[in-house]
Design a protein around this ligand. Structure first.
Ligand SMILES: [Zn+2]
Ligand SMILES: [Zn+2]
Length: 200
């Protein structure tokens, strides 16, 4: 069991590396190139994101159910449209230094890569073959006093079948609105009895 999950993670890590490179490349190219049409950059990012989402979910679970994945894809497509509005504004507001460009690109790329981690985590926990496997919320709380938030504090140490975390929408991926902290400040994850971590 342990080895299966670990194998998945190494496969996922290579998708993640490629995705990171594409996203940072597209954003930087757009910010660095005068008069560049944002539509082509935006569409490159959308294509890379949809493909990375689908691939990551399938790595975790070949039979991954498309309903939740399609909802995530629809949401990230909206975020990407908004991202390009922001980048367009950044560019319009005047000449940026290379450091400023790098910092903007880095910050957005980190967010999108964390979004992809969330897809992989969710597919991992939703895997039908592990439906009944007990998973426990464990990990690092983050810095007090904001962390742990009330949700994390309450759930920490609780053990439930994988299915329970799915049906209650409590898979700890960054941006999950059902956690007071959105899982942004803590490093909590779901672990099985062998201490194998199912979420990134
Ligand atoms: Zn929390
Ligand atoms: Zn947490």
């Amino acid at each position: 069991m342990t080895s299966v999950v670990e194998l998945h993670i190494s496969d996922y890590k290579s998708v993640r590396t490629v995705y990171r490179a594409v996203v940072i490349g597209v954003i930087k190219e757009y910010l660095e190139t005068p008069n560049m049409n944002y539509r082509s950059s935006q569409s490159k990012m959308k294509t890379a994101t949809v493909s990375a989402y689908i691939t990551s979910a399938k790595i975790a679970d070949k039979k991954s159910n498309d309903v939740w994945l399609n909802a995530k894809i629809a949401l990230v497509i909206l975020f990407i449209a908004k991202l390009w509005e922001d980048l367009w504004q950044d560019k319009r507001s005047g000449q940026m230094t290379q450091e400023e460009i790098d910092a903007i690109a880095q910050r957005h790329t980190d967010n999108y890569v964390r979004g992809l981690d969330g897809v992989f985590s969710e597919a991992n926990v939703r895997r039908s073959s592990i439906k009944n496997v007990p998973l426990t919320l464990k990990g690092i709380d983050g810095r007090p006093p904001e962390f742990p938030c009330q949700t994390c504090d309450n759930l920490k140490g609780q053990t439930h079948p994988a299915e329970w975390w799915v049906t209650n929408n409590l898979i700890p991926y960054q941006g999950n609105p059902n956690y007071a902290c959105g899982c942004w400040g803590c490093k909590h994850g779901l672990f099985d009895g062998n201490n194998t971590q199912y979420t990134l």
